[in-house]
Design a protein around this ligand. Structure first.
Ligand SMILES: NC(=O)c1ccc[n+]([C@@H]2O[C@H](COP(=O)([O-])OP(=O)(O)OC[C@H]3O[C@@H](n4cnc5c(N)ncnc54)[C@H](OP(=O)(O)O)[C@@H]3O)[C@@H](O)[C@H]2O)c1
Length: 159
């Protein structure tokens, strides 16, 4: 399998100034990272401000900078850019939220880690057809025997 130390995650997250995620990802973290379903419950993992997209009232995490938002991603992106002070923005997921940023022309790189399993069914990674122009592969590397990491530049959509 892969080791998180081999993934470059530490370098990646050091350059992140703000991040955003959908409510399913946030709730997954509340249960599986902070507990009660975590094998080793830990603290909220991010020091950067985090925007959580939801139409519901969700619990916050004491001491964490988590901001709940809804609707158009563009004003949120502007707020994230101001907070990040020149550092990168990370749209953690899920795929449709990443797609909403792409629809608004606000996605410039896609990093996908592929696990060594086959799926018979499931959600598409990014429910968008990005073909005009297509994604541009910039690197592909193995992480242990369990993962491959693919990096793509996302071209500006042509209208
Ligand atoms: N492996 C990874 O790196 C990774 C990364 C991310 C996610 N995931 C996993 O992927 C799974 C599924 O993710 P997902 O695609 O279902 O969901 P998601 O993006 O985390 O959450 C989807 C939800 O976010 C809210 N939302 C999205 N866009 C919104 C908008 N513009 N305004 C208001 N609310 C908005 C809606 O929830 P409300 O009902 O709250 O309004 C929507 O149902 C999760 O289990 C997660 O753990 C894995």
């Amino acid at each position: 399998m892969g080791d998180v130390g081999d993934t470059g995650y530490e370098d990646f997250v050091r350059d992140i100034g703000a991040l955003a995620m959908g409510s399913a990802t946030y709730e997954w973290m509340l249960h599986h990272v902070l507990g009660p379903e975590a094998s080793h419950p830990g603290p909220w993992p991010y020091t950067q401000p985090a925007w959580v997209f939801t139409t519901r009232a969700l619990p916050s995490v004491p001491g964490a900078d988590v901001r709940f938002v809804r609707g158009d991603v563009r004003p949120v992106h502007a707020e994230m850019t101001r907070a990040a002070q020149g550092k990168n923005l990370w749209i953690v997921g899920g795929g449709d939220l990443v797609g909403q940023f792409h629809d608004a022309g606000l996605l410039d790189e896609l990093i996908v880690q592929v696990g060594s399993v086959t799926l018979g069914a499931g959600k598409p990674l990014l429910p968008r057809a990005i073909t005009n122009p297509p994604l541009k592969l910039t690197s592909a590397r193995a992480i242990g025997t369990g993962f491959a990491e693919l990096r793509y530049d996302v071209p500006t959509p042509q209208v």
